[in-house]
Design a protein around this ligand. Structure first.
Ligand code: CP3
Length: 347
């Protein structure tokens, strides 16, 4: 059976708009909070049965069309020798500081070690309803590099910016290594059973346009091309979603990423973004997460506004502009998703 979510990514004809929420497996769910009293975040990520259980939690609570693997973009870093802990924000005890640190990073055949991720995917697939798509994910090179160089605690990632301006060659080397690492990681997730993958570039949009042009777009294009080549040889075709936050100054550049879907935040309308993003690229987004604290009338209105802002003929996956907030009322998330399904029905 072809899944609605996948069809929308490839802009095929569909009967209604699919919907899911970034961070939909998390603290707004009582079952998740309960599990967190027994296990810490990394244990949940690294135990395939538990990661599968958390991934599937939102399905019965809010009924989305996609399930995103429960993990974190930084889960990959220990395989290249970077120590990560969470409290709940990420803490990196040995950030990359010197030229030698960058040169010494070895990414060859490293993601084989992330067996717990691939096992989680297999466990999820065994229980996934047949109309829900499993979304794998990874961090984009620049966003990973921002944490790698900054220790993960600053807001503006001045260390990465300084590296880009003072030693662009080594910045490229670091990013190119991360392209290879993430190409391997996302390919392995697809081989394990992920039916779509999302590349999270949370911090790319905080960079100046010229930096995005040189240090973001070509890396995403290379990453996507590598994944496509890897999976084509196995006869697979899987949609690749590129999420960028704060990307309104670089929308025209995103066409060159090669992504099937561009995911945007709530700061711009989908109709505005669609003027810059080529017609054959689907758009994902972009309800303000805070709307989920409003009354049902407002939720319905805001859902309808977004559905109406999608130009006809454009592929669209409904999502939030960024992650769902930890204290969101579950019934509002459930109501929002049911409203997307009801209002987007094409008869
Ligand atoms: O979307 C999902 O439901 C799947 C799980 C998921 C997590 N992190 C779980 C998580 C995904 C897709 C991510 C991606 C991620 N992680 C991004 C990109 C998306 C974005 O939000 O911009 C980034 C930048 C990170 C790094 C990270 N991990 C941060 C900044 C934090 C702390 C902020 C927070 O939400 O608490 C984390 C921790 C984290 N990742 C938690 C969860 C559920 C909280 C840990 C806990 O529950 O104790």
């Amino acid at each position: 059976m072809s899944k609605l979510f996948i069809d929308a990514c490839f802009n095929r004809k569909i009967e209604r708009t699919p919907v899911w929420m970034m961070r939909q497996a998390g603290r707004y769910l009582a079952d998740y909070r309960e599990l967190k009293t027994k296990y810490d975040f990394l244990t949940l990520c690294k135990t395939p049965e538990l990661a599968a259980k958390v991934t599937l939690m939102p399905l019965k609570e809010v009924n989305p069309d996609g399930a995103i693997l429960f993990s974190d973009i930084l889960i990959v870093l220990p395989v290249i020798g970077i120590d990560v802990s969470f409290n709940p924000g990420p803490i990196i005890s040995n950030p990359v500081k010197t030229a030698a640190d960058i040169e010494n990073i070895n990414v060859v055949n490293k993601t084989e070690k992330l067996v717990f991720v691939y096992e989680a995917i297999k466990n999820i697939k065994a229980e996934l309803p047949e109309d829900v798509a499993l979304i794998g994910f990874g961090g984009a090179p620049l966003t990973l590099a921002a944490y790698l160089t900054g220790g993960g605690k600053t807001g503006n990632f001045k260390e990465l910016r300084a590296l880009i301006y003072s030693d662009p060659q080594r910045a490229h080397l670091l990013l190119d290594k991360l392209v290879d690492l993430q190409a391997d990681f996302l390919t392995s997730q697809i081989e394990a059973g992920a039916e779509a993958v999302q590349i999270f570039d949370t911090w790319a949009g905080s960079m100046p346009r010229e930096v995005v042009k040189e240090f973001v777009i070509p890396k995403i294009a290379a990453l996507i091309e590598k994944i496509r080549q890897n999976i084509a040889s196995k006869g697979k075709e899987v949609p690749i979603i590129y999420f960028i936050k704060d990307g309104s100054h670089v929308l025209d550049l995103l066409n060159a990423t090669g992504a099937d879907v561009i995911s945007i935040d709530e700061k711009i309308s989908i109709s505005y973004a669609a003027k810059f993003i080529r017609n054959n690229i689907s758009i994902q987004g972009n309800l303000d997460s805070s709307v989920l604290y409003c009354s049902k009338d407002i939720i319905t209105q805001k859902v309808d506004d977004i559905l109406k802002s999608v130009p006809s003929g454009r592929g669209h996956i409904f999502n939030l502009g960024h992650g769902i907030l930890p204290d969101t009322p579950v019934e509002n998330a459930r109501f929002m998703i049911s409203e997307v399904k009801r209002l987007s029905k094409r008869v």
